[in-house]
Design a protein around this ligand. Structure first.
Ligand code: ZN
Length: 398
């Protein structure tokens, strides 16, 4: 049995209760104190005290009257979504996105920029900073509370650095977190991009996934997985759990930059897909990912075969994930899934059905991510989770 290393004193219980009420307000939009008490199963007086704190700190406001049971009127409480915000950033190998999100995690504004192949990691960080600054100025009516950033793995949470970004060197010399914290004076949270994808899926479906194992697979320039068990990320000792792109699917396969042989991402990442397209179709000038994707969309039979083959290999990777974690839900997202989500879902499901125990297959769901930018959303959610875990730290005027 899990034994905590500290007792639960009153302060800690209060922290949990505050976080719970904020979560309810986020889900309900506008909610009366009595309803909050009922849904949280807290005493009315406890709810009143916490809401009084929230009002004093300026995190919520009272709005109009709600007509409840038996026609009784009560005052509604709502989060000040228009007054506060967080910045989300997604760093990928070829591009980065920056966005402003409100307290409920809704996107207010966002942009995407390509990273030129000539640019160094330092140049990219400068561009990201410029974009953050312009968003902060553009949304000056909103007080920004924190910055969350999704970075490609393997990423060390403890060191705040990217350990290895295939195809782009120099990132492990940069402490991204220190850099952004110094420049903007806001708390900065970094998280592996696949973990961010998982957090975004969970944020919108937490009732559904609360007691389950849920895996989000980011099939992009690399392949990674975010694994959630009962609402918490499975991080691993160094925060590098879920690096399924470096799980071998071929014992004698080619050597990968990570040291392993026959790694999954050598067969089905966006980089592997483009490489194979160029090898087989031999265009006068190498295809970019966008061009290769377009050929599949146009129905080019060779392009479709190469893509389908990538999806089959991804299916073999998904089988390994299922055997390791027995998840209730596997959601697949990122660039490779946008080429043809229909084909990918069919091919992955087919491989899984052939390769896992029927009982396991019948008791789980495999689906494609419905949001295209769940990792950017997830980056913002990483910071929102900290804000909601301990709102006092961000809002209290003490
Ligand atoms: Zn590898």
């Amino acid at each position: 049995m899990f034994t905590p290393d500290h007792g639960f004193n009153q302060e800690y219980m209060q922290e949990l209760n505050r976080a719970l009420l904020i979560k309810l307000l986020r889900k309900e939009g506008i909610c009366a104190r009595t309803v909050l008490a009922k849904k949280s199963r807290l005493k009315q007086a406890t709810v009143t005290n916490i809401i009084n704190d929230f009002i004093e700190w300026g995190i919520v406001k009272e709005v109009g009257f709600l007509v409840g049971n038996k026609g009784r009127r009560s005052i509604g409480i709502t989060l000040k979504n228009d007054e506060f915000g967080v910045i989300g950033i997604q760093l990928a190998r070829k591009y980065f996105s920056v966005g402003v999100f409100d307290l409920s995690g809704n996107s207010v504004d966002q942009s995407k920029q390509e990273i030129g192949s000539a640019g160094t990691p330092k140049d990219t960080m400068k561009k990201i900073s410029t974009e953050i600054r312009s968003f902060i100025e553009k949304h000056a009516d909103r007080k920004m509370l924190a910055i969350g950033m999704a970075v490609p793995g393997p990423f060390s949470v403890k060191k705040g650095r990217i350990e290895l970004m295939t195809g782009s060197s120099g990132w492990n010399d940069i402490s991204i977190q220190d850099l952004l914290e110094e420049e903007f004076g806001l708390p900065v949270f970094l998280e592996n991009d696949a973990n961010c994808g998982a957090l975004a899926q969970y944020w919108y479906n937490d009732e559904q996934y609360e007691k389950e194992v849920m895996v989000y697979i980011a099939a992009g320039a690399g392949i990674g997985a975010g694994i959630m068990n009962q609402g918490e990320l499975v991080e691993g000792t160094l925060g590098m759990a879920g690096e399924i792109g470096h799980m071998s699917i071929n014992f004698g396969g080619p050597r990968c930059a990570c040291g392993n042989f026959g790694c999954l991402e050598l067969y089905c990442s966006a980089s592997a897909f483009v490489k194979e397209m160029n090898r087989v179709l031999k265009p006068a000038e190498d295809y970019t990912f966008a061009e290769a994707k377009e050929l599949v969309k146009e129905g080019n039979p060779i392009a479709m075969e190469i893509y389908s083959n990538c999806c089959d290999k991804l299916g073999a990777g998904v089988v390994n994930v299922i055997n390791a974690f027995n998840p209730a839900v596997v959601v697949i997202g990122d660039e490779m899934s946008h080429v043809s989500s229909k084909v990918m879902l069919e091919r992955v499901k087919r491989e899984v059905k052939i390769r896992v125990l029927p009982e396991v297959y019948e008791n789980m769901i495999i689906s494609m991510s419905v949001t295209k930018d769940s990792m950017l959303h997830g980056a913002a959610i990483v910071s929102l989770r900290d804000i909601f875990r301990d709102p006092k730290k961000y809002f209290s005027r003490e």
